[in-house]
Design a protein around this ligand. Structure first.
Ligand code: THU
Length: 137
């Protein structure tokens, strides 16, 4: 699965975004080591703080399905009614969730560049010196 293909899946997921408060729609597509793709969208709440980001929705769906090994995640976000014309980087909470389940040296985060291209980062680049499960061993 190429980065471009995974981004396309993230765009599909974005269509399901429930974001009546921010009107900012985000989609994510998470690739497992076995080749399965889990989609996630942001899900907001009238009480605001229970909001779940697209990335975490994808992770929690996959974890609940028994998946534990992941290769990369694609993320696309932008204002409702518009194509995602900007880079949407994962928030700090989502980066920490990735740190729980992914190897920061190899896990890739694929972001739309706002045009038709994409950029790819390693988790260790977006979360330097991250605290993870190995620190508790
Ligand atoms: N959001 C995501 O789903 N993922 C990100 O990477 C950044 C932000 C959501 C949370 C909220 O529903 C909306 O975007 C505005 O912050």
């Amino acid at each position: 699965m190429t980065d471009e293909m995974l981004l396309k899946e993230a765009k599909k997921a974005r269509e399901c975004s429930y974001s009546p408060y921010s009107n900012f729609q985000v989609g994510a597509a998470l690739l497992t080591k076995g080749g399965k793709v889990y989609l996630g969208c942001n899900i907001e709440n009238a009480s605001y703080t229970p909001t779940n980001c697209a990335e975490r929705t994808a992770f929690f769906k996959a974890i609940c399905d028994g998946e534990r090994e992941f290769t990369k995640i694609a993320v696309v976000g932008g204002k409702k009614g518009e194509d995602a014309k900007q880079i949407c980087t994962p928030c700090g909470v989502c980066r920490q969730v990735m740190m729980e389940f992914c190897n920061p040296e190899t896990f890739q985060i694929v972001l739309s560049d706002g045009n038709d291209g994409c950029q790819s980062y390693l988790l260790k680049e977006l979360l330097p010196m991250g605290f993870g499960p190995n620190d508790l061993k």
